[in-house]
Design a protein around this ligand. Structure first.
Ligand code: GLN
Length: 260
């Protein structure tokens, strides 16, 4: 009987050890994704057609141009592309503290951001535009002076409006900003061109006004932690290939047309 108790307790101990072991294994695979052959991409999935949430996307519930690019970068480097969804404002911090390996979020390369992170080759040209109601009299950036302007917090659109010296209100999500406009609570939303196209297509009664003199060209790139040359090289090789073989243009066309 004694012997039986001993065997049982040894078995229980072994089982407990196994459980502990598995738990350790699991946590290390999620915290140190690189050694397990994966790239953890951070994004803010509120930016169609680049990243948004659907029931079945190209990576889990995430879909869009950037998500397809991230997936391809993973495949090209024999790694699994994982997505971590967070606020746009948190992406650079998350890179710095190692929560994510790379940020792919329709992110414009700016001098200010370049001080904090390293950017990949650029992969998309954009610019800020104004979304207004169809009957709006806003025809250029300076016409916004006495209007109710809405921007998205931390986006380059906010920087542009700040530079113009106009007061504005900022929202965390593009969809919230568009709802303000649709409901007549503001006069204009300043946001990136491709995303603006998407919102105008999906919401009746809106139009886009451009001001190419006031709003400069912007270029999107993927950000990595400063000095992470190994990952940057992998990403750059893949982006170069996708630019050359037409994959990015193909994705841009596909997602601009898709309904989400
Ligand atoms: N291109 C803009 C920026 O970099 C907006 C990006 C985004 O919302 N994902 O600020």
């Amino acid at each position: 009987m004694k012997k039986f108790v001993k065997i049982v307790s040894m078995t229980v101990a072994a089982a407990l050890m196994a459980v502990t072991f598995t738990a350790c294994g699991d946590s290390s695979s999620s915290s140190d994704s690189k050694s397990k052959g994966s790239i953890k991409f951070g994004t803010n999935a509120e930016f169609p057609p680049f990243e948004y949430v659907v029931s079945k996307g190209v990576i889990g519930e995430f879909d869009g141009i950037d998500m397809a690019i991230a997936k391809q970068i993973g495949e090209d480097n024999d790694k699994e592309a994982k997505i971590e969804n967070m606020e746009f404002d948190s992406l650079l911090v998350a890179l710095d503290n190692g929560k994510i390996d790379a940020a792919i979020a329709g992110m414009t390369v700016t001098d200010e951001r370049k001080e904090k992170v390293d950017f990949s080759e650029t992969y998309y040209n954009a610019k800020q535009v104004m979304i207004v109601k169809e009957d709006s009299d806003i025809a250029k950036a300076s016409d916004m002076a006495d209007k109710k302007i809405v921007v998205i917090q931390g986006y380059t659109g906010e920087t542009c409006v700040k530079k113009l010296g106009f007061s504005y209100q900022s929202f965390k999500k593009g969809t919230e900003a568009i709802m303000e406009l649709v409901n007549g609570k503001c006069d204009v939303v300043v946001i990136d061109s491709a995303t603006a196209d998407k919102y105008v297509k999906d919401n009746k009664g809106l139009k886009i006004v451009e001001d190419n003199k006031e709003f400069e060209n912007e270029e999107y790139a993927i950000a990595v932690k400063k000095g992470n040359k190994e990952l940057l090289d992998e990403i750059n090789k893949s982006i170069k290939k996708m630019k050359e073989d037409g994959k990015i243009a193909e994705l841009a066309a596909k997602y601009a047309d898709s309904t989400n």
